[in-house]
Write a protein that binds this ligand. Structure first.
Ligand code: ADP
Length: 490
């Protein structure tokens, strides 16, 4: 089967000779009668607006000298704006057309003062063109009403001509010359009546079209105005974003300096102690009674220095990760990934450590036939390492940490890291994904991190198109759920 090309259809529209049936289609068009009603209603509405304007204007100007009048004039302009809005809605609803909005409300407008709102009202072109619309509506309504009413009356009179002629003959009881002529001419009148009726509908459509164009110009923003406001909104949004970025940059500097202070002070303190010990101990490796540092103490000091340096280096790594995410340089290699394999890797690298250092048991479970998820394998491992490390850190000796990968709700796979640890207070649960946020309990622990781990987890999971949530009961444990999209076709 051959289809005509759309190109040909677009450039060579079908040309049909004009037929009477096409011209008469207007008679069955519901909208033409609605247009007629709209035009008839324009008169009483226009009259109402005119009367309100005259009252407002005369009272306002006559009282202007005592100041109250100015308020009345301003209220009148506000009223013109409001009535303009009403007319816009009414016209769109009645005539089934669209008119551009009168303005675009911007977020900051809600916090404007009365004075700012008033000046904005006065500066807005639509306030004045609405007023013009309402005044012209009176003139247009009068004109439209006269034309439409006359045409309807003429049509009705012509259509009734045969009936009138018959009634006249019936009333007289006989047929004289003039009655014969009017009886014979009446079908012609009827025909003319039909033509005038159809022309009335065309006139209504034409008048409505003219009025709609006027309403569009006076009650709606022009294309250029719309574009200008959109450009302004974009600029305002960019400004707000820039201010927020500046604010978070400042906060970051304060937080980082604060976090660096403790480990650096600890390293410095212990290095100084070691220096003092070296000065007091004449020969390296020998201890004298009363010496500051025994070999055991030296080992402890060095262990502390080493641990604090590791923390510093972890902080720098975390900061780099966040900085990359902020700069949009987080390059992810998103591809179908078997989450079960990543779970296995994380389990193998952390289970011995958990048992050895904290006597915490780590268990894992991967659902059979788990479909691949959309993820960056390395980043997913980083996410799970962070969550499991936290779970181990915040779970007391003898506790249990589980790592489970299974099918989630439609189109997702879910990886859960649950523990039987200290839990997270309800009021902190919303905030633990923020940068540098730590709960009081973890702040009190010397070995706690810097509060960046979960912020990185959230950034990474979101960059993979997933979500991460937490549920926790204080004293019972926590449960972090990572949802990732199932790779399509899986
Ligand atoms: P940190 O490096 O301090 O662990 P995170 O961003 O990883 O930073 O975590 C933020 C805070 O959330 C932690 O300081 C801790 O208070 C809390 N938290 C995270 N995971 C757990 C958990 N499994 N159990 C209890 N508290 C947790």
């Amino acid at each position: 089967m051959e289809y005509p090309s759309t190109q040909a259809q677009r450039w060579e529209p079908e040309r049909r000779p004009w037929r009477l049936a096409d011209g008469l289609r207007i008679v069955r068009r519901r909208q033409s009668y609605l247009n007629m009603l709209y035009l008839l209603m324009a008169f009483p509405l226009g009259l109402l607006y005119f009367v309100l304007f005259i009252i407002g204007f005369s009272v306002g100007t006559s009282l202007a000298f005592i100041g109250v009048g100015l308020f009345i004039l301003l209220a009148m302009l506000g009223g013109a704006w409001w009535l303009g809005g009403f007319e816009r809605e009414l016209t769109m609803w009645w005539l089934g057309i669209t008119i551009a909005p009168m303005r675009r409300e911007q977020a900051e407008e809600r916090s404007r003062t009365l004075w700012q709102r008033t000046t904005a009202l006065l500066r807005n072109r639509i306030t004045w063109t609405s007023l013009l619309y309402l005044l012209v509506k009176f003139l247009f309504g009068t004109l439209a009403f006269s034309i439409v009413f006359t045409l309807i009356a003429l049509t009705a009179a012509l259509l009734c001509a045969p009936l009138a002629a018959v009634l006249q003959v019936a009333a007289n009881g006989r047929l004289d010359g003039s009655q014969t002529i009017s009886l014979l001419a009446s079908p012609l009148y009827f025909l003319v009546g039909l033509i005038v009726g159809v022309l009335t509908l065309y006139a209504c459509d034409g008048l409505t079209w003219v009025w709609v164009q006027f309403a569009r110009v006076t009650l709606g923003m022009s294309e250029a105005e719309l574009q200008l406001t959109q450009a302004r909104e974009t600029a305002t949004r960019a400004q707000v974003r820039a201010a927020r970025a500046e604010q978070s940059r400042r906060e970051l500097i304060v937080n980082v300096s604060h976090e660096l202070r403790t480990p650096i002070a600890s390293i410095r303190g212990h290095v100084e102690s070691l220096q003092m010990a070296a000065e007091e101990t004449p020969e390296a490796g020998t201890t004298t009674a009363g010496s500051v540092a025994s070999p055991a103490e030296l080992r402890d000091y060095l262990a502390i220095i080493s641990r604090e340096s590791e923390r510093l280096s972890a902080l720098v790594d975390d900061l780099l990760s966040l900085a990359r995410a902020d700069a949009g340089e987080l390059k992810l290699d998103l591809r179908p990934t078997m989450a079960g394999e990543v779970v296995e890797e994380v389990y193998e690298s952390l289970a011995p450590l958990a048992r050895r250092e904290r006597q915490v048991t780590l268990v894992r479970q991967v659902a059979p036939d788990l479909p691949p998820a959309i993820a960056d394998r390395q980043r997913l491992a980083q996410v799970l390492l962070n969550l499991v490390r936290n779970a181990i850190t915040y779970t007391p000796t003898g506790g249990l940490v589980s790592l489970v990968a299974e099918r989630g709700d439609a189109g997702h796979i879910m990886i859960t890291v649950a523990d039987t640890g200290m839990g997270i207070p309800l009021e902190d649960q919303d905030r633990i994904f923020e940068r540098f946020y730590r709960t009081d309990a973890s702040r009190a622990r010397a070995s706690g991190g810097f509060g960046l781990g979960l912020a990185i987890v959230r950034d990474l999971v979101q960059a993979m198109g997933g979500t991460v949530t937490v549920q926790s009961v204080e004293g019972e444990g926590s449960r972090f759920e990572v949802r990732l999209l199932v790779a399509s076709g899986a």
